[in-house]
Design a protein. Structure first.
Length: 138
């Protein structure tokens, strides 16, 4: 069970013989932040597949909704995820920075696993997960 103030999402079961490298969970951002501020993000990446998934990189975004799209703001800060055996996970914490030029508004935090497509997966569309609460950027 996750602690209060955390986000999670259900991820599909993989039945193929390749890796399924999915972001399963991301912490919620602070309630408010300013451009240039730093905050910690914790996320969990899971290999739902039956085979080893090679190492990858998780990146973080601010999004006006809970889905990744071209208008999202890439945050400074990444997390290297090690190779994962089938059915295992990696949890880590990184500091991210809200970049200059980010418009004021209310955003969800996205954590997106395997951002550089280093892992061949059964489903490449389920690598991002959104926080359950937003951050207001001023």
């Amino acid at each position: 069970m996750r602690a209060a103030g955390t986000a999670s999402t259900a991820i599909g079961t993989c039945t193929t013989k390749i890796a399924c490298h999915d972001t399963a969970w991301v912490s919620n951002p602070p309630a408010t932040a300013v451009v240039g501020s730093v905050f910690a993000v914790t996320d969990t990446v899971v290999n739902q597949g039956p085979v080893v998934a090679g190492g990858s990189t998780t990146r973080y975004y601010l999004s006006l909704d809970t889905a990744k799209n071209a208008g999202d703001v890439l945050l400074t800060g990444t997390r290297g995820v090690p190779s994962l055996n089938g059915g295992t996970s990696s949890t880590g914490t990184v500091n991210v920075v809200i970049p200059a030029g980010t418009a004021s508004g209310t955003y969800f935090l996205l954590a997106c696993a395997d951002e550089f497509a280093a892992v061949t997966e059964a489903n490449e569309t389920n690598n991002c997960v959104a926080s359950t609460t937003p951050v207001t950027v001023n």
